[in-house]
Design a protein. Structure first.
Length: 133
């Protein structure tokens, strides 16, 4: 893809996350947080399953992948919003800024360091090892 197409491709993802975030915040005040925390990982897994069971002879286009990602992102957005909602509901007003700031910092550190650690571990163990006890 050219530079413009590459930049525009994640735009629907950002829009979906903004819309889904507000929907799940409204739902968490009506049906509480626990049912949402149970349902949203299942929705995310369903989207990933759609991508996994795509036949090998079917060629996915960018639009196809984006439509499958919509389902996955609904689940992921719901998980992120409900996690921060639980933190906000369980903290006192005096500690709210500290707790949400720490959550954001840890989440960003995980998003930054996680792929680096995973790729280094995968690179270290290229060959499978069979251990017989």
């Amino acid at each position: 893809m050219d530079i413009l197409s590459t930049g525009i491709t994640p735009a629907p993802i950002s829009i979906i996350m903004l819309i889904i975030g507000s929907v799940f915040v409204a739902l968490s005040s009506r049906i509480r947080v626990k049912p949402i925390l149970i349902i949203t990982p299942l929705i995310a897994a369903l989207g990933s399953l759609f991508l996994a069971v795509t036949p090998l002879d079917y060629s996915l286009t960018v639009v196809d992948v984006m439509m499958i990602l919509v389902v996955t992102l609904i689940g992921i957005g719901g998980m992120m919003v409900t996690r921060i909602t639980i933190l906000m509901m369980s903290a006192s007003e005096r500690r709210l800024a500290t707790i949400t700031g720490t959550n954001t910092t840890m989440r960003l550190m995980g998003n930054t360091l996680g792929p680096v650690f995973a790729s280094s571990i995968l690179d270290m163990y290229k060959h499978g090892v069979l251990m017989i006890c």
